[in-house]
Design a binder for this molecule. Structure first.
Ligand code: FES
Ligand code: FES
Length: 179
């Protein structure tokens, strides 16, 4: 079965029309020769090996594939990879810097905002986008921002607490930390 992408190298057989794209992913320019039908989620996972972006439905319902596209949260199963050509994408792998967790990642750890973890990357990206715009959200605003992301495990309570924890951390208000 032919691959839908080939990073940098063109389709060796030349049977399938491909297009070269260059996308800045987590601050790094990445190039790939891809079929036009390839979804961004699949380029990230299979082409760039960034498997933190999950795919749960491929139909825009679950939010597990949420990434930031030029700073805005999008469902990467709903965008063709060619549409990302020339743009910036941030995935969950890009949240931590120099071994330092981002406030949102820390919040999920502190408030036990995950169980199986399948929804967690998408939740974190949606939460990160919210806190970039509003670092003092109400509980309702957090719930609204995460309303496109489904979780089958937690009942959402601790996810909301995690995002409020992260917001406090971003504002410099010391949230309670566990030992
Ligand atoms: S995999 Fe994209 S929304 Fe579910
Ligand atoms: S923690 Fe399991 S789906 Fe959310």
């Amino acid at each position: 079965m032919s691959s839908l992408f080939e990073e940098v190298a063109p389709d060796p057989v030349g049977e399938v029309p491909t297009r070269r794209v260059t996308i800045t992913v987590n601050g790094q320019r990445r190039a790939a020769e891809i079929e036009p039908r390839l979804l961004l989620a699949h380029l990230l996972r299979q082409g760039f090996k960034l498997t933190g972006t999950h795919t749960g439905c491929d139909t825009t319902n679950c939010g597990a594939c949420t990434v930031l596209f030029d700073g805005h949260p999008i469902k990467s199963c709903t965008m063709l990879a060619v549409q990302a050509d020339g743009h910036e994408v941030q995935t969950v792998e890009g949240l931590a810097s120099s071994q330092q967790l981002s406030p949102v990642q820390e919040g999920f750890k502190q408030e036990h905002g995950l169980q199986c973890g399948f929804c967690t990357p998408g939740m974190m990206m949606a939460a990160t986008a919210l806190l970039e715009e509003n670092d003092d959200p109400t509980e309702d605003e957090v719930r609204f921002a995460l309303s496109g992301n489904l979780c089958r495990c937690t009942g959402y309570q601790n996810i909301v607490k995690a995002v409020l924890w992260a917001a406090a951390k971003k504002r410099g208000v010391a949230p309670a930390e566990e030992e």
